[in-house]
Design a protein around this ligand. Structure first.
Ligand code: URP
Ligand code: ZN
Ligand code: ZN
Ligand code: ZN
Length: 483
């Protein structure tokens, strides 16, 4: 059965034009005027865009003594409800665990996904087994490797491990990723704050000032440059980190920065709310920042120094957050956002004139697809591409509330915010999963999307490495050794 989308305006990262879209066998079969199909979706007054891709989620992740509450079932259902048609989750080996073993665990969870998904692999420890298995992971279609420079004593890796892993990623044609915060300084500041009686959630924000992020981002950039590997900096939250990324890009380094929708629309005042639950629910790393940092992130998206907008969706219930009563370092770190990323970015980005609709598509989908080598299967409205599409009604409105959300948790950090711009339909490989705000998707419909190593970028970097590699200088007349 074929489906045709009629009456809308196609909006891609580089073009806007009126056309119909014909879908057959889950892919875009034709784009043009006057197309017909078995089933017709009315897109009058709407924009036909590539479905969102969220490059950063943590679904059912073991973390800080618990598991994040949204799994692949509720998480991907929330994604589709908000116009996101693909997520990239982090397979996270516990320290000492093999990478392939961790992958098996993630395969067991992801079978319930409603939309397509891929993985990044986390490097949480270093050793011969990790080095060896990284090649197998790449063969499985997972080409991006995340490193935590924070969470000391748990997931954090040190600089020697970072350098060794980055070199391996570079040799494998992969992409290095970092959670950039100086974990040693955070641990030190946290201990001091607790000792001084700062035990509430605001202590979390005080323990992670922008400098810890700026320092780590700059360090990761320099280590990646020495290793000859492209670098993706997750959850860039502040000017200090953005400045390092901007500078690196101006110097021709292959570095990308990823602000989160949370950091773009919520600020640090949340942590000073008198209600403990309110503040703790918003504890995540890095923490929300002040207006100056938010302005920097928006400017980065506008100018292109920051490339994509993600959620880092890692949702915990109020009950889980309460583990940290009396000690902010025990509050599970993470917030949700999968259902709200696209409507919020449209409202605060396009609705305010900060982003054009085409830039919106670039930062929510196409740039991500290109960086992760998913393009044009994903992130495109082109003949042959997967029909992962969102038919976007720029005038539709709602007020965000946990009462009607797909996420499994009991609150929403964006509660009460009004959004203008919502999906009329969300299609995953041609199947309508959301229609007029109603989710009717199928658990298990989602498929794993493997990715190839990124030969172009890495070949350029390795050519440069080869040209500048250390070589002994040929000398004649070497003086006799000794005196
Ligand atoms: O606080 C956060 N961001 N939790 C999820 C894990 C991570 O650091 O990305
Ligand atoms: Zn992180
Ligand atoms: Zn509240
Ligand atoms: Zn994360």
């Amino acid at each position: 059965m074929s489906t045709v989308i009629k009456g809308g305006t196609i909006v891609t990262a580089d073009l806007s034009y009126p056309a119909d879209v014909l879908i057959e066998d889950g892919r875009i079969a034709a784009i043009g005027q006057g197309l017909s199909g078995d089933k017709v979706l009315d897109a009058t007054g709407c924009l036909i865009m590539p479905g969102g891709i969220d490059p950063h989620t943590h679904l059912e992740m073991p973390f800080m003594g618990t598991y994040s509450a949204d799994d692949f079932e509720s998480g991907t259902r929330a994604a589709l409800a908000g116009g996101t048609t693909m997520v990239v989750d982090f397979a996270l080996p516990s320290p000492g665990q093999g990478l392939m073993d961790a992958l098996k665990m993630w395969d067991n969870k992801s079978g319930r996904a409603h939309c397509d998904y891929s993985y990044h692999m986390a490097v949480t420890w270093w050793g011969q087994q990790v080095f060896d298995e990284m090649a197998e992971v790449v063969d499985r279609g997972i080409t991006s490797f995340k490193h935590f420079m924070a969470y000391k004593g748990a997931l954090m890796v040190n600089d020697d491990e970072l350098f060794a892993s980055f070199r391996r990623v570079g040799d494998l044609g992969g992409l290095a990723m970092v959670h950039a915060e100086n974990g040693d300084v955070v641990a030190e500041l946290s201990a001091r704050l607790l000792a001084e009686g700062n035990t509430g959630p605001e202590g979390h924000a005080y323990s992670r000032p922008p400098q810890v992020e700026g320092e780590a981002t700059n360090r990761a950039i320099m280590i990646a440059d020495m290793a000859g590997v492209p670098l993706y900096v997750v959850h860039t939250s502040c000017e200090d980190s953005h400045e390092a990324i901007r500078r690196a890009r101006q110097h021709g380094k292959r570095v990308w920065g990823e602000p989160l929708i949370q950091h773009l629309v919520l600020d640090e005042s949340e942590y000073f709310n008198a209600d403990w639950d309110h503040a703790a629910r918003r504890v995540m790393s890095p923490p929300f920042r002040n207006k100056l940092h938010q302005d920097s992130l928006w400017a980065g998206l506008q100018s292109g120094s920051l490339s994509v907008v993600a959620t880092d969706h890692c949702a915990f219930t109020t009950q889980q957050k309460r583990t940290g009563i009396g000690d902010f370092t025990k509050i599970p770190n993470g917030t949700g956002g999968l259902e709200d990323r696209m409507p919020l970015l449209w409202t605060h980005g396009v609705g305010t004139g900060r982003l054009t609709p085409n830039e919106f598509v670039a930062v929510t989908s196409t740039n991500i697809a290109k960086i992760l080598n998913l393009y044009p299967k994903k992130g495109a409205v082109l003949v042959g591409a997967d029909a992962d599409l969102v038919i976007w009604d720029p005038k539709a409105e709602k007020v965000i509330t946990s009462a009607s959300q797909q996420s499994a948790i009991d609150y929403n950090v964006f509660e009460g915010m009004k959004v203008t711009g919502l999906p009329r339909y969300t299609l995953t490989r041609g199947v309508v999963a959301v229609a007029d705000g109603k989710v009717d998707s199928r658990e298990g419909h989602g498929e794993f999307v493997g990715r190839e190593a990124r030969p172009a970028v890495n070949r350029a970097l390795s050519a440069w490495k080869e040209l500048t590699a250390p070589r002994p200088v040929e000398r004649s007349g070497i003086p006799a050794s000794g005196v």
